[in-house]
Write a protein that binds this ligand. Sequence first.
Ligand SMILES: [Zn+2]
Length: 250
Amino acid sequence: MAIQADARTSADERRAHKATLAALLLLERRALVFLRHVVDPTRARIPVDPLEAAKVLGARIADATRAIRGAARREGMARLQAEWLAVKRRLEAAGAKPPDRLPAPAAKADLDALHAQRTGNAYEATVLRKTADAMGMNEGPSVAHIVRQAESTLTSIATTEVSSAFSDERAKAMALTVATYKAAEWVPMLHQVWDATLDQRTCSRCSALDGAIRPWGGDFPGGAVPGQVHPRCRCQAMPFVVHVAKRLVA
Ligand SMILES: [Zn+2]
């Protein structure tokens, strides 16, 4: 293969990269605030019966999850379009004529509905389990109290869902670009690099994947998907341009 990785990144690319990670963190924080609001027992009436309360909260979390995933998709695509400007400049410098904008994937609500349902059910189960635990300790089944203590669960939902949908939309757009411009000479230059350096508690699996480079639309080692390795995974695939020395011959 006549492809050689060009390790240099331009100032434009570094800026786009930083902005993407900042956008992701901001989105996660917003999602957390939104989730706190939808389960806040002081603002919303929660039934006294724990079973009923868990159901109501589960449904609210499911609705919120759908909204969060939709926002994360839009933001993920918007960031990729911004990153494309830097990528496009590098392709043009190599003599290619890429389009101004990337094709956007068609809306896919089914997958988000599925995630939302699963997240809502899991939250319902969490509330029920914690209520049962509280009853076992003779503290009484105070749902409001349990919800107030649900901070880590809400943080986990915000991080997991935002990262997963953000990453999913970007992966789809990359695959769609490759499919749309299959014959273009610049397509083999489009690569993505796994970025796992969002915090210092990165797990060993994600750290091992950090820096892995694959073509757009290609699979990462072991079929791992950035942002979906485990709950709270904040890995993302960033665009990366490699220098193509010669046209590839299959
Ligand atoms: Zn990860």
